[in-house]
Design a protein around this ligand. Structure first.
Ligand SMILES: [Zn+2]
Length: 286
């Protein structure tokens, strides 16, 4: 069954507000023509959301899935790193993590399922590539089959003002934030090797993240206290063909009968089999 799953899978990501620090790359130099104004609503700026925040967000969801199956997850930090907060690291180890790479010592040498996917220990390549999301405010130019999204770039200004009455709210400090609003698109993930347990872990993690989208721990990026990074997410049925994937994002069209059939197949046949493989693998790692 795993041979029916393409190495390219897509996750639908929808969020009202995404703030990823200073790391949104925009193409405003094209749009500006020398007179770019940050706050002009006419700006038609596209850009790229790098995969780092997305990858960490997804990994955290996957770690939860492993832990809910009574497994431990690879800690993302090197065990021999000089952590600034050593006590916090040890506390993580007590709360469902093992030191990164410890899992390589037993079994087939692939490590635990998280390490196998994410790689990174001693330059091991992960088996799973997380791509950046390219976004554009012009929906007609968005190609969902290439992991793109509709999204609206804005630079936000935050003022911290004086609390003394006689200062009349005089600004003490001004901070600028790069944000993408009304994001709706697909995140393109590629397995370098497609294993059933990988697909099940991805499906369960995305479901977990969707169910816990307002938990502070599982919001995406910054500005979480202000509702940033509350993400509706959904694994697009990996059995879909390209034209069906496009249809998912087409507000004017619903599922075809064939898509409904594939949804049933996915839910009733494929996913349970992959979940069994995941349960076995996590079980072996206990
Ligand atoms: Zn591990």
């Amino acid at each position: 069954m795993i041979e029916d799953i393409d190495c390219d899978v897509f996750v639908r990501i929808q969020t009202d507000l995404l703030v990823v620090g200073d790391s949104i790359m925009t193409d405003r130099h094209h749009a500006s023509n020398g007179n770019y104004e940050d706050d002009d609503p006419q700006n038609q700026i596209g850009g790229i959301i790098p995969a780092f925040s997305l990858s960490g967000w997804l990994r955290h969801g996957m770690e939860k899935v492993v832990q809910e199956r009574d497994g431990t997850a690879c800690h993302p930090g090197e065990a021999n790193a000089n952590f600034r907060k050593d006590g916090v690291y040890s506390r993580d180890l007590d709360a469902g993590y093992h030191p990164k790479g410890e899992c390589l010592d037993d079994g087939d040498g692939n490590g635990c399922v998280i390490l196998d996917l994410y790689g990174g220990f001693g330059n091991r390549p992960g088996k799973f590539m997380r791509r950046p999301i390219q976004f554009s405010p012009v929906r007609s130019s968005v190609d969902y089959t290439r992991g793109q999204a509709e999204g609206h770039y804005r630079r936000l200004n935050r003022n911290v003002v004086s609390r003394n009455e006689e200062d009349n709210r005089e600004p003490l400090r001004n901070a600028e934030l790069d944000a993408v609003g009304n994001l709706d698109g697909s995140w393109h993930l590629s397995f370098r090797e497609t294993k059933p347990e990988f697909v099940a872990l991805l499906a369960e993690a995305i479901e977990y993240l969707n169910d816990h989208q307002t938990d502070f721990m599982h919001q995406l990026g910054g500005a979480r206290n202000f509702g940033g990074g509350i993400v509706d997410c959904e694994l697009v049925n990996p059995l879909y063909e390209e034209h069906e994937l496009r249809r998912v994002f087409d507000r004017g069209k619903g599922n075809t009968n064939k898509m409904d059939d594939k949804d049933d197949e996915w839910t009733n046949e494929y996913l349970p089999e992959f979940q069994t493989a995941l349960a076995e693998r996590v079980g072996e790692e206990l």
